[in-house]
Design a protein around this ligand. Sequence first.
Ligand code: ATP
Ligand code: MG
Length: 416
Amino acid sequence: MSEQFRSIRGIHDGLPADVRRWRYIEDAAQRVFARYGFSEVRLPVLEPTGLFIRSIGSDTDIVSKEMYRFEDQGGDDICLRPEGTAGSVRAYLQAGLTRSGSQRWFYIGPMFRRERPQKGRLRQFQQIGAEWFGVSGPVEDVEALAMAHAFLNELGIADLSLEINSLGCPACRPAYREKLVAYLQARRQSLCDTCNTRIEKNPLRVLDCKVESCQAQLTDAPEMVSHLCSDCQTHFDALIAGLEALKIPYRINPRIVRGLDYYNRTAFEIVTGKLGAQGTVLAGGRYDGLIEEQGGPSTPAIGFAAGLERLAMLLPDIPGVQPDVAIVAIGESVRVYALKIANQLRRGGCRVIHCGGGSAKRQFKLADREQVRFVAVVGEDEMKSEMLRLKDMQSGEQTDIPVQDAIVCCKRMTPS
Ligand code: ATP
Ligand code: MG
C-alpha cells in the first residue's frame, strides 16, 4: 500500500465544522469593523524576509527562530509572513498613501510561525487584524479599543478582560529601561536562560516571560506606567477617561509589553482564563515609529490582531445550513425530469439535494439523514402532469403541486 500523507505538525485542516466557526467570526468582524469605517485589504502571504527583520527586529523569537524562511529559485530571501502589521505598512508605503489622510484597514488571513505546537498555538494560524495609519491621539486609541471590544462582544464570548498598559516613548523609556535592567541584573541567577539574554537586548520582554519562576522575580519590578513623561501620561489618562466614558471595563497590567522599539504608549491584550497559557485572544498597540523605520515619513499608527483559532475555541458549535428539499426520483424514466425540478427549485432560491435514484426506501432514508423539512417526490405521473409531490416531513402531509408553488412553500417554512 502506498504512503498516506499527513498535514505538517501544527498545521491543521479546516473541516466544515471549523470553517463554520471561522466564517461566523469573520462575518462579525466584517460587520463591526465596517461600523468604524475600516476597509478590508488582502495582502501577500510571501514577503521579503528583510521586511520582518527590519520591522519586528532580529532579536525577537519570531525573527530569530520562528519564520518559515527560504531562498527561492531566483535566489531571493523570502518568507511566509509571521504577522500582518509589517506587510500592511509596506503596502501602505508602496501605494503612496502617506499623504492621503488616515487609512483604516483590516485583514483576515493565515500567518506562519514555527513554534512548539500546543492547544491554541499552531504553526499556521489565522489572524483578523486592524491597522489605522496616520492617527496619533488618544481618541483613536479609544476607538480602536472600542472596536476590538465591540467585535468580541458581537461574538458573545463571555469572561474576556481587557488589559492595558503604556510603554512610554523614546523620551521616557530609556530612563525606565535603565532602572529595569538594574533590577533584572540583580536577579540574573533566578531568571531563565532566555530572560538572561533578554536583559541587555530587550529587557521589557522579560516582563511577559511565561516561565513561572521568572514571573515570581518580577513582583517589585519597576513599572513603565509609573515612569511616563508628561505627554505620555496625558495620553494614557485620556485613554482611560475614554474607556470609562464608553463603559468598557479594563485593567491596567504593567506586564503587557510589545518589547520592540517602535511600539510606544498604548499596548493592550484581551485575555480569557479558558485557554491556559494561550489565553490572549487579541493583542495590539500603538507603533508610531514603524512607518519611519520602513523608510516612510514619520507617521503615527495603532493596530491589533486577534487569533481566529483561539476565538473559535471559545464558541459553541455553529449548526450547518440544512437543505430545504430532497429530491426523490421514482424510476429510471424520470431521471432527467428530476434534475430539471431540482434546478428550478434552486433557481427559486431553495437549497436542494438529490437523493441519487435507486429504491424509494433508500432515498427516503438519505433524506431523513439530511434532516430536510421537505421531500419532492417525482415519478411518471408527476412528470406527465409537470408537478411534483411535496411531502412535509414534519407533518407527514403530501400535496401535488407545480414547482413554483413548491418554491413558495419551502421558502415560507424554512426561511434562510
Ligand atoms: P502569545 O503570547 O500567545 O505567543 P503573541 O504575542 O505572539 O501571542 P501576537 O503576535 O500579538 O501574539 O498575535 C496576536 C494574536 O494572534 C495572539 O493574541 C493570538 O491570539 C494569535 N496567535 C499568535 N500566535 C499564534 C499561534 N502560534 N497560534 C495561534 N494563534 C496565535
Ligand atoms: Mg508568540
